[in-house]
Write a protein that binds this ligand. Sequence first.
Ligand code: NDP
Ligand code: X2W
Length: 352
Amino acid sequence: MSQHSIRVGVVGANGYTGIELLRLLVNHPHVDIRQVTSRAEAGQPVSASLPQLAGRLDLAFSAPDAAALAECELVFFTTPNATAMHMTPALLEAGCRVIDLSADFRLHDAAVWSDWYGEAHACPELLGEAVYGLPELNREAVRQARLVANPGCYPTAVSLALLPLLEAAVADPARLIADAKSGVSGAGRKANLGTQFCEAGENFKAYGAAGHRHLPEIVQTLTAAAGSQPVLTFVPHLVPMIRGIHATIYAELNDTTVDLQALYERRYAGEPFVSVEAAGSHPETRMVRGSNHCRLAVHRPDAAYSGASRAVVLAVIDNLVKGAAGQALQNMNLMYGWPETAGLDNQVALIP
Ligand SMILES: NC(=O)C1=CN([C@@H]2O[C@H](COP(=O)(O)OP(=O)(O)OC[C@H]3O[C@@H](n4cnc5c(N)ncnc54)[C@H](OP(=O)(O)O)[C@@H]3O)[C@@H](O)[C@H]2O)C=CC1
Ligand SMILES: CC(=O)N[C@@H](CCC(=O)OP(=O)(O)O)C(=O)O
């Protein structure tokens, strides 16, 4: 371990994003993991339930305790929504920095948050301070942040796919469609009838078509990019795979002369974790499995036949990595001035 290590805690470390975060953190050169919490497994060695970590993380799970966590310099929350907001004020007060992987600090407006999450926000005064941790949009603000709201998995894929079109004002912000599919780990590890093998396997379904809580989050991000509030139809689907998100975006171009390939390549030039694939590509979820990459491809399918002005953008991420734990690590690297890729390179599975 490096002498420049920071003391880190993970609240909710035996859930899917928590486990994924531990996988990445044990390989990070500047991290000393001090606290990993699970109420269900408190007192049990981490290696009892995660033997892959034996010899890498010799700690026991503990029950979440604000005083113990306050000894950490950085605390990650990988907990259900409406959990982190109850502990974060005390941790910030104690001088910790916080990266929350849940949705508690993603929306700027407490009333909108309450509408979608069904209860009053416990610390609305922090919503203005929290930095939305999409590095490709907010890199400089993340560096200075003491509270980072890590984006949701669908919002990461959809926002990265749409930002170039809206920032350059070449698409109509009032006619956007995001048709997105997620693997089942996106729903978390907790028991849930709809994610059981016999329910989710050999099956394919849409859900949340009447309104999903990621819609206001995506709209908030795109509003900043477009300069006005876009109208987005967002429909998520559950596919019978474990990891991965595939988003297909449909946008009406208001400038049909624009070279979309060049636009996307320019927007993401130098980004360590966003790749714009060659023209005509169809990125697949297995290409990003276990990695922090978002792979994008942009198409104009109708142009040759009808001159229609529709762009189709394809985006794939691993929901647990770029959609959660990997992006959180990327944000940590920015907050502490380390190379943005520390602990995140060489994570691409070539054979799924
Ligand atoms: N899964 C995904 O792909 C993504 C998830 N997210 C978000 O990340 C967060 C975690 O998701 P995920 O890992 O999938 O969820 P899981 O259900 O897999 O894990 C939740 C974890 O939180 C702990 N926990 C539950 N309730 C509390 C509580 N009241 N206080 C403290 N700890 C608690 C659980 O352990 P125990 O009960 O033992 O304490 C468990 O470790 C959620 O907010 C989710 O929306 C964000 C992006 C992607
Ligand atoms: C497949 C599946 O169920 N996915 C989850 C999204 C996971 C996520 O990112 O949720 P948060 O915004 O709460 O962090 C869902 O649609 O609810």
